[in-house]
Design a protein around this ligand. Sequence first.
Ligand code: SAM
Length: 265
Amino acid sequence: MPLIDHLLASAAVRKKIWQLWYPFLTRRLQRDDVLFLNYAFEENPPRALPLDPADEPNRACIQLYHHVATQIDLRGKTVLEVSCGHGGGASFLTRTLRPARYTGLDLNPRGIAFCRERHRVDGLTFVQGDAEHLPFPAGAFDAVVNVEASHCYPSLPRFLSEVARVLRPGGAFLYADFRFNSVIPEWDGSLASCPLTLRAQREINAEVLRGMNRNSERSMQLIVRHLPGFLHALGRDFAGIRGSRIYNAIERDELSYRSYLLEKR
Ligand SMILES: C[S@@+](CC[C@H](N)C(=O)[O-])C[C@H]1O[C@@H](n2cnc3c(N)ncnc32)[C@H](O)[C@@H]1O
């Protein structure tokens, strides 16, 4: 195995890379007010989700959050989002689904500083922290939201046990992410053996592909504007541009993008 593959196989090295990559992105993308870092979602036919005009440019990314978070009614609930990124989803869900309190957490300190400055919404706060060591007491939340981030964590079982710890009994884990086919048995195994009960699971490859198509042009403009040439291929993958490696993998069903509802026992 080449040295680079050995290095990337190490969870600690992968975590270090994310710790450098996301603050690097925030420094550039905040200039263009980029509020979402996910591959997006669109149903067929598209859902007529009513949006404020200011949210309209982010429709496809918002639709992913809406799909995941509306699996239960969040009104009046105390919600934690782990890996809130640039906070666009946290702001949208707090404004529209009316939880009592919504806390967005992310490992990226620059992203959290951006969120605090950018999203001033009643009931919404942001905290810097690690998905595997959540800085909250047991049973503090009615629901935990997690969108397209768990593939970054060194240990999914460690994260799931933290989710179970901070949820009250009966609390909901509203979750979406993707895995390449080779590691799906491990993903399924972690979910089956964690202290949460699976209530719903859906493959959303077709919807994510439509979301990527919808966002490709805008994402490509951001890549050209903000990334040096040698990072363009990486940026195309990261953003899920039409024809990128990740886009093709979804199209060929070489990976599975799924949404889940799990419940704390
Ligand atoms: C693809 S982005 C998704 C962000 C956001 N959920 C969205 O949809 O826009 C992944 C996020 O995971 C965060 N992340 C990576 N490792 C983390 C960790 N160990 N703990 C908390 N957040 C982490 C990154 O900083 C980044 O904001």
